[in-house]
Design a binder for this molecule. Structure first.
Ligand code: FMN
Length: 230
């Protein structure tokens, strides 16, 4: 559990939002603060800062006895990051909901992280270097009903439900943190956006929202304590 110089447990928080000061970023910062308060070293990686694409289907990760078997070999900016995060203690995937799914940047990251460790054997083996603790942060315009019914879906059959299943099949079961009904603009008056009840957005952001979320009230506290004890 000691892969930093000062012997601290290390986790990576992956910000899959293009915006570095908005809802998802704030959730990432809160998570980081909560981690640090628990004595965990947490680093945020802004995926939009990196130049990469999704899986190239080169299959270097599947070559029998190949030097990259089980690893992503594609030589771009993600290669080193994948190596680093896979050998940490925990991963937090943070994404705004775009069209009911992850952002394209987070989706591309997921393909590069997971495909190499999925073995095409009859057992459907998964061979990540470590069975990491995981959490997922979602931020979105909709409220919980729509999120659960459409995006996660019955028995996790929706797009985000499937993402959660892929994570759980590879690593530990993810802790899920959501900010619903988020504010998307600082001045709604400037945009065509009358579908939203802005007053409600401003006044009723739930206790898990990025607006009111503090590291001490986050449900992630239990997750962090468990990670610290491991
Ligand atoms: C391209 C795009 C698609 C979106 N699609 C959805 C959606 O399907 N459902 C939803 O609830 N919110 C949707 N949103 C709203 C964002 O998920 C929400 O505002 C989020 O909190 C933004 O995160 P950020 O502040 O970190 O950028 C969309 C926003 C954009 C820009």
């Amino acid at each position: 559990m000691t892969n930093t110089k000062n012997n601290k447990t290390l986790i990576y928080i992956l910000n899959g939002s293009p915006r570095k000061n908005w809802n998802t970023a704030k959730m990432c910062e809160s998570f980081k603060k909560g981690a640090q308060d628990t004595g965990i070293n947490a680093k945020i990686i802004n995926l939009y800062d990196l130049n990469y694409k999704g899986c190239y289907s080169c299959f270097a990760c599947k070559v029998k006895n190949g030097k990259s078997c089980g690893k992503c070999a594609y030589p771009d900016e993600l290669k080193e990051i994948l190596e680093k995060v896979s050998n940490s203690e925990g991963l937090v995937f943070a994404s705004p909901v775009y069209f009911g799914e992850l952002t394209a940047q987070m989706r591309a990251f997921m393909e590069r992280l997971l495909f190499p460790v999925y073995v095409y054997d009859k057992a459907g083996s998964k061979i990540p270097p470590k069975k990491l603790e995981t959490a997922i942060i979602y931020t979105m315009n909709v409220k919980p009903d729509r999120f659960n019914d459409w995006f996660v879906g019955k028995d996790k059959s929706g797009p985000l439900g499937l993402f959660e299943k892929w994570i759980e099949m590879t690593y530990e079961k993810p802790e899920i943190l959501c900010a619903y009904d988020t504010l998307q603009f600082s001045d709604y008056g400037k945009y065509v956006a009358d579908v939203w009840d802005v007053e409600e957005k401003e006044n009723t952001t739930g206790k898990n929202s990025s607006k009111s979320l503090s590291p001490h009230t986050m449900p992630a506290q239990k997750w962090l304590r468990k990670l610290k004890q491991n």
